[in-house]
Design a protein around this ligand. Sequence first.
Ligand SMILES: CNCCCN(C)c1ncc(F)c(N2CC(C(=O)NCc3cnc4ccccn34)C2)n1
Length: 406
Amino acid sequence: QQVVVKKNTQYNQQLIDKLSKPHQFWQTQPMPNINEMDKLQPGPIQQGVLAEVRKDPLNLIDKFEWFNVDLRNDEQAQQVYTLLKENYVEDDDNMFRFDYSIDFLRWALLPPGQYADWLIGVRVNQKLVGFISGIPVTLHIENEQNKVKMTEINFLCVHKKIRANRLAPVLIKEITRRVHIKNMWQAVYTAGIVVPTPISQTRYYHRSLNAKKLIEVGFSSLSARQTISRQQKLYKLPEEPKTPGLRPMKKKDVAQVTKLLNEYLKNFKLYFKYTEEEVKHWFIPRKDVISTYVVEKEQGVVTDFLSFYNLPSQVIKNPKYTHLKAAYSYYNVATQTPIVQLMYDALILAKNEGYDVFNALDIMDNEKFLKELMFCPGDGQLNYYLYNWKLESNMLKPEEIGIVLV
Ligand SMILES: CNCCCN(C)c1ncc(F)c(N2CC(C(=O)NCc3cnc4ccccn34)C2)n1
């Protein structure tokens, strides 16, 4: 009885702390808060000093230990896969949970220039219970001058059974330390939740490809006047794409795709500049991970390309389906083909690859095709964050965002 009481009071105290001092951790971080907005100069908020960076890892509660994950090792990749599959992001109604595959994680987390100690695990007697990842990027912020080497943070995950141990802030502090050691002082990340202080709030849109299944898994719902067969007719797509010369991207296209992409991304206030090696990594098709198609005109000239990545969701409780197959719009550049036609072909290609839904954020030029191609706004909001950087403008509009985080 005594133990139960103690546990409850401890838990209640944590709850009181949480509610009384929201974002207790984030108030300690270099993120502009509301009233500082107008005072801070654009650029780094805190000047980092390399000599002052702690050289040893942060302390962990006993029995917990740090562990650098080698994703090339099948066993370790399997451990990260299982931790995420069972404990990563769910929708608000706990009906779906992301199921990032091992091949996808290797694509997302082993780009050119990756550091061995930026894939951080926490283990308790050999079992992985926590994870956070960083990859090196050079982010262009608001104008050509600001080319900032930094880290892109993703996949922060703590096992459901050990939440409320305040492990997440320790994971964030530890990866921050390891990034500082590399003399980098900024980070970019996204989250479905709002913590201090988003630089942009974007929205997910969904285009039904398999209307019947989306209704059966509870992703979509029917209003009074709608029927399943009406929905199927409404969202029906042609068998084949329309654009002549549309074909899967190959290695020989890398140089032209790199030029098209870098030229296009200059239109935005937040974007990466890609080397050919990076385009090879991020865009060459990988089965069940990334699909990229180019439009090749006469004499092998590539004028447009489209790309989408594969992120299935586990359907947590459904008698008929275990997964929702979702394609997510990645980067699309239309210089000669109308963007609506290019993306209509993307829907057809995704449908033919077996996807149930095609998701896109309202960033870049996506607004130009979302309505016309019958995307519906989702309940999911994705907030973009910049760590230790004050923008010139307080917030960026979604259409000013030129980066997609997977
Ligand atoms: C850096 N990573 C961003 C990409 C995916 N991230 C983490 C994400 N963050 C918040 C969201 F709102 C979200 N949405 C995709 C939309 C959607 O499809 N919502 C229904 C649904 C189906 N399956 C799931 C699984 C989890 C959450 C919602 N789900 C909303 N995606």
